[in-house]
Ligand binder design. Structure first.
Ligand code: SF4
Ligand code: SF4
Length: 352
């Protein structure tokens, strides 16, 4: 893969050229959090974020969007959520998250709403530094060699830029004089030192190799009930997870001859309505059963189909769940350790 060098002073001039081709989206500050937002003032871009509140999936399949309108004569597809976008600042774990969605929405079953948005989106990755919640090294999603058009490694006064696709190469060719094709030994040494230090900075480790067997062996362990008692069934863990992909459809009828709409909305298997069927039967009425399903998907089922977990180690569930139910505490409980979590300390008389 070709690697070039971009001095920091040329970064904004480069964005200036490429942002004339498509909407530029990047991480920006919102309160004490970071979000992906459309950017016209490049000074708003936050280069040192750990994680955004929502992952970049929100730009490919928005939380709620219209799929088509309909009336007595037929239906009209609505692709208004699709536009040409350049997403800058996507960290390796989130690129792995998008690769997971690609597998689910573009291969076995084709989802036209996702595919059309994906085809119009360029991914410009950015290196990052882990905080105490990030464990992408345990999922081997801290490194990335596919799924991006360009990837920027930030080495303080310059970037090393990996060219991952012909569209990425086309972006560089818009302003080729900004990039240096030859790297010095000191540039290379600087990158090696950065990578070694970055790898040492991971403080959270999870043994994902053991998880599929432990999910099987501990399927009926009492801690599931304890976690279920504490779970608020709020669905936040699914909303923030880059690999959660379930959705609901809702028909909105209109009176007076106006067309109706079919909406598509993010859904979560932790919500009580998720497993409810006609007639009022609910296959997973209890929160413990719903949590077990969520973690089966993350730690076991995806591994048996694709050989790796569907968790990419972003840490969003760790910083989001109000009662500390997350991949770190559940994996500790699966290993028979005290997860040192709020939900584990709840008195047993608190009913599910
Ligand atoms: S399970 Fe948690 S840490 Fe893993 S990808 Fe989802 S939100 Fe991130
Ligand atoms: S596990 Fe946490 S974030 Fe997920 S539904 Fe339960 S309370 Fe909400």
């Amino acid at each position: 893969m070709r690697i070039v060098k971009l001095k920091k002073e040329y970064f904004h001039p480069f964005l200036d050229v490429i942002s004339r081709q498509a909407e530029l989206w990047a991480p920006v500050k919102k309160g004490d959090k970071h979000i992906f937002d459309r950017v016209e003032d490049f000074n708003r871009i936050e280069m040192k974020t750990t994680r955004t509140l929502l992952p970049p999936k929100k730009l490919l399949v928005p939380p709620a969007f219209n799929t088509f309108t309909f009336n007595a004569e037929g239906y009209q597809e609505d692709l208004s959520h699709v536009s040409s976008k350049i997403l800058f600042g996507i960290h390796p774990c989130d690129i792995h998250g998008l690769l997971t969605l690609d597998k689910l929405f573009m291969h076995e079953y084709t989802d036209p709403y996702y595919v059309k948005a994906r085809q119009k989106t360029l991914i410009l990755g950015l290196s990052c530094w882990p905080d105490e919640y990030c464990f992408a090294k345990s999922t081997r999603t801290h490194i990335i060699d596919e799924g991006f058009d360009l990837f920027f490694t930030d080495l303080e006064d310059f970037f090393l830029v990996w060219v991952g696709s012909s569209q990425g190469d086309d972006l560089l060719r818009m302003k080729p004089d900004l990039f240096e094709e030859t790297l010095s030994d000191s540039d290379i040494q600087r990158y090696i030192r950065w990578q070694t230090e970055r790898d040492k900075a991971y403080r959270t480790e999870i043994n994902f190799m053991a998880m599929p067997d432990l999910m099987e062996l501990k399927y009926k362990a009492p801690f599931w009930e304890e976690a279920g008692r504490a779970c608020l069934a709020c669905g936040s863990c699914s909303m923030v997870c880059p690999t959660c992909n379930c959705y609901n459809v809702l028909d909105k009828l209109a009176l007076g001859g106006k067309p109706g709409r079919r909406l598509r909305l993010w859904d979560s298997c932790t919500l009580v309505e998720y497993s409810e069927v006609a007639g009022g039967e609910n296959f997973r009425e209890h929160k413990a059963d719903r949590l077990r399903l969520w973690y089966t998907h993350k730690l076991q089922a995806y591994v048996s189909k694709y050989g790796k977990p569907s968790c990419v180690g972003c840490g969003r569930c760790l910083v989001t769940c109000p009662v500390e139910i997350n991949v770190r505490t559940i994996s500790k409980a699966l290993e028979g350790e005290d997860p040192k979590a709020f939900w584990y300390r709840l008195p047993s008389e608190v009913k599910p």
